[in-house]
Design a protein around this ligand. Structure first.
Ligand code: ADP
Ligand code: ZN
Length: 531
């Protein structure tokens, strides 16, 4: 068939109306679809909720043959296929949850040319049987969803994705479209290289989510802070609360339920049945809160998630962006709220040091964390910093819809405070050969005669009590910011504080250390920001 691009484009539009019932394409959808329908490879970087699915579903419908969709989201395949079938699209899937007969039916449909779309888990493609099957049918397009899973440095690495480069070798004439919501330049490059897509056209949508309000508050009593936030701003709303550990997921869900907020836990330690039940309640009910580890959320398409809250610090901006991106897919105002404190920094630094991986891996992890910390500690617009991280220009210097824009934080000259912290660390190490964590350093600075201070004679140090001018919270904030700025480091399983190469410049008075003031009232609410 030799049709001009104009004909393809109008066929695409007709399909959009007829099958999906939508009036118009969004953003770059039309250009992407036109390119793929014409046989070109594409790399699509679009935020969650941007409308990636149509970018391969429509080419699959317009081009002759079956569109093969590789997706790691096995748990969602049935739902996706059911939704497509309800629209009259001939869709099927093949994954490990299926029985033999069911699979045979799908195979037969594929071979008979009776499928528009076939969803596959990546591990299927390692099987010779699958490749043979695919070779015997006609394929219109390969779609590789969640393409960032090919990135070994990313948070969702799936080894099976590495074998997807063979698709191009075996089917050189079938266009391939890789899609992801993760989009640092490094990830683009890795996807292009590992999926062997050198000629793919890149379509990069704006990563701005203007309806999401970004807020990061200092952590004091996180569960109570969360509860206050929910009661004040999101009563009865559906949302996701992310915690680092299974244990804190459980306890937070219990705490919310006990306080009148309907909440269910979700983490990999729960049995599959419970997980599925909680997920489907979240999708179907109004106003349920899911408290989860990051095991929850990929591929979840619930348009009216009104808030995403983090009680622990994500490991990277990519993770933070993806998780917060699950809020407000319907375009209505939503909140990304996070409580963040000194312990988060200490804990994450410890995790990196004691974690698996070689030196290069650790260095990467540390630089991801540094970027995340910089976002937490910035006195500038959070949205601007997020977009800059993804290599995009912010629309304006100040977005007006993040906490730092709504209530610009004050900064103060923390040089002397920083010197006091660092000299305390130095004294302990040089004079005593000791290393301690942040708690002990703060007690020494404040001149507190705690049992542990007495036990180690720390009231005899010359630095004992030199920090009585600041409150405990301010010292914790200062230490947290020094850690974030790399002027202080964490070591070992106890999270003891040690100097960095940069510390000397502060101790010698060669540089100033501007610090953010710790807000007295942690929360900034939309309703309160009117004045
Ligand atoms: P992504 O995969 O990028 O997260 P989806 O493909 O799931 O996003 O699309 C998000 C939502 O937007 C879906 O509910 C989808 O039906 C809707 N959508 C996508 N494209 C359009 C369009 N052109 N017009 C109207 N709604 C759209
Ligand atoms: Zn802003």
């Amino acid at each position: 068939v030799t049709e001009g691009p104009g004909a393809d484009a109008s066929e695409a539009l007709t399909t959009l109306h007829r099958v999906f019932g939508y009036d118009a394409f969004r953003g770059e959808q039309e250009a992407i679809i036109e390119h793929v329908v014409a046989g070109g490879d594409a790399l699509v970087l679009m935020p969650t909720g941007g409308g990636k699915s149509l970018c391969y579903q429509i080419p699959a419908l317009v081009r002759p043959g079956t569109g093969v969709v590789v997706s790691p989201l096995i748990a969602l395949m049935q739902d996706q296929v059911d939704a497509l079938r309800a629209l009259g699209v001939r869709a099927g899937f093949m994954n490990s949850t299926q029985g033999f007969d069911e699979r045979r039916t799908v195979e037969a449909e594929f071979l008979a040319g009776e499928l528009d779309l076939l969803y596959l888990a990546p591990e299927r493609l390692r099987l010779d049987g699958t490749l043979d099957l695919l070779s015997r049918g006609k394929i219109s397009v390969f779609a590789i969803d969640e393409a960032h899973c090919v990135s070994q440095w990313g948070h969702d690495f799936r080894p099976d994705y590495l074998s997807l480069s063979l698709l191009g070798e075996r089917w050189p004439d079938v266009p391939r479209i890789a899609l992801t919501a993760t989009a640092t330049r490094a990830t683009h490059q890795e996807i292009t290289q590992r999926l062997d897509l050198p000629a793919a056209r890149h379509f990069v949508a704006s990563f701005d989510r203007p309806n999401i309000q970004y807020r990061i508050v200092p952590k004091a009593d996180p569960r109570k802070q969360l509860l206050a936030f929910l009661r004040e701003e999101h009563p009865g709303d559906a949302g996701i609360v992310y915690c680092l550990s299974r244990n804190s997921v459980e306890r937070t869900a219990e705490f919310l339920s006990a306080n009148g907020v309907e909440a269910v836990p979700y983490h990999a330690g729960l049995d599959a049945g419970t997980r599925a039940a909680h997920q489907s309640r979240f999708l179907r009910e109004d106003g349920l809160v899911v408290v989860a580890t990051i095991a929850f959320g990929m591929g979840i398409d619930k348009p009216d998630v009104r808030f995403v809250a983090h009680l622990d610090l994500p490991k990277s901006i990519e993770g933070y962006y993806q998780e917060t991106g699950r809020a407000g897919r319907d375009g209505l105002p939503s909140t990304a709220w996070m409580a963040y404190g000194l312990n988060d920094v200490v804990q994450q630094r410890k995790l990196i040091q004691s974690g698996e991986g070689d030196e290069a891996f650790r260095r990467r992890a540390a630089s991801h964390l540094d970027a995340m910390l910089a976002l937490c500690e910035t006195a500038g617009c959070r949205r601007g910093q997020l977009l800059a991280y993804f290599g995009q220009e912010p629309g304006a210097a100040a977005c007006g819809n993040c906490d730092t824009c709504l209530t610009p934080p004050e900064t103060w000259d923390g040089t002397v405070a920083a010197q006091k912290v660092l000299s305390t660390v130095v004294r302990l190490q040089r004079e005593r050969g000791q290393k301690f964590g942040a708690l002990q350093i703060v007690d020494i600075l404040l001149g507190k005669r705690t049992a542990k201070v007495i036990q180690f004679d720390h009231d005899q140090l010359s630095v004992f009590g030199i920090g009585e001018d600041l409150a405990e919270g301010e010292w914790r904030g200062a230490i947290r910011q020094l850690l974030a700025q790399g002027l202080l480091a964490v070591e070992g399983e106890y999270g003891t504080l040690v100097l960095t190469e940069e510390s000397g410049t502060v101790l010698r008075g060669e540089r100033e250390v501007p610090l953010r003031k710790e807000p007295k009232k942690p929360a900034v609410s939309r309703s309160a920001s009117g004045s």
